[in-house]
Design a protein around this ligand. Sequence first.
Ligand code: 3PG
Length: 374
Amino acid sequence: MRSLKGVEVKGKRVLLRTSLNVPILPDGSVGDEFRLKRDLPTIEFLANEGAKIILVGYLGRKGETLAPVATALQKLLPAIKISFTSDPVQSVGAHIEQLPQGECLMLENMRRENGEESDDPALVAELAKLADLFVDDAFAEAHRAYASDWGVAKLLPSYAGFLMEEEVARLSPALTPPAGALAIVGGAKFETKQPLLEKLLGTYPEILLGGALATDLLKARGMPVGASLTSKDPVPVSLAEDERIILPIDLVVENASGVSRTIHTGDVRTDERIVDAGPATIAAWVEKIKNAKFVLWNGPLGVYEKGYVAGTDALAKAITESSCVAVLGGGDTAAALAQFTFDPARVFISTGGGAMLEFLAQGGSLPGVDVLKN
Ligand code: 3PG
């Protein structure tokens, strides 16, 4: 990818696409700053080099305002002034004219713009008029081909930001793992993870499957899953029968009254839902992590948000204590791992949810990555 390093940005208007898509709490504040913190090095670099920074990104799917994200970012970057405008793209030219060097102006949620998701040429042209060059740091949205990334990157001189570069550099080894590598896939939505599972089976000796994905495979293998939610799409026979996909040997289940118990896989009652892997499974998988040189892990093992954290926490702890190189990520995973301290030289936590899955499933190709390549 074309790197930002060495590019002359002083006095230039730089359109910086970052991932601003963070959870917002009921009180309107930002619930998790992980992505914002990862956005800082590129913003700081551009500000220190004297660029006029126009920050663009999106939030949620219902046109939620980015105002609280601007407030949170300002707190993280007290030395750099961050203003916010809720004006639409075609009306922000005057703000940008007055933007001093080294300051940022964050634009409102790009998903409020009609042509954002459809990569409308009129919106792309409006965005391109605002800036002299484009920097894309939004790896987490690089699987989308929207006006504010894919579209504008084709019109302006465009470069990868530092986070984008780091994501691609640190995730790429997971595409061609060393011998003795281990893949762990959890979370939900079998249909979105099927391409990843198929791809990983080509390069990893085995995949440990947890979360709701494991429930889908248990069902496909004829095991009882009680009242657990399962994917509507059937699991293909080729995956269901693949013995390299390892499922939990014991489970934690919960009944409708909220009473939980640990059982052997196969003993789920009709009124019970599977909520986590059981202790025997966790112990066996921790052992596998200890012996692995490289671990790829996407998606939590249990219903983390309901407090079923034992499986996820035990695997995370095992990674902190092992000497493996690890690549972690996927939607809720980063939040679930926030309490652990990983050695950043050895363990990489991706900001990508869907983007990480697609990057791995597509062999390292994503629209927002490919468009930045020479
Ligand atoms: C994510 O949270 O995975 C990305 O920001 C993409 O969000 P989206 O699925 O709403 O496009």
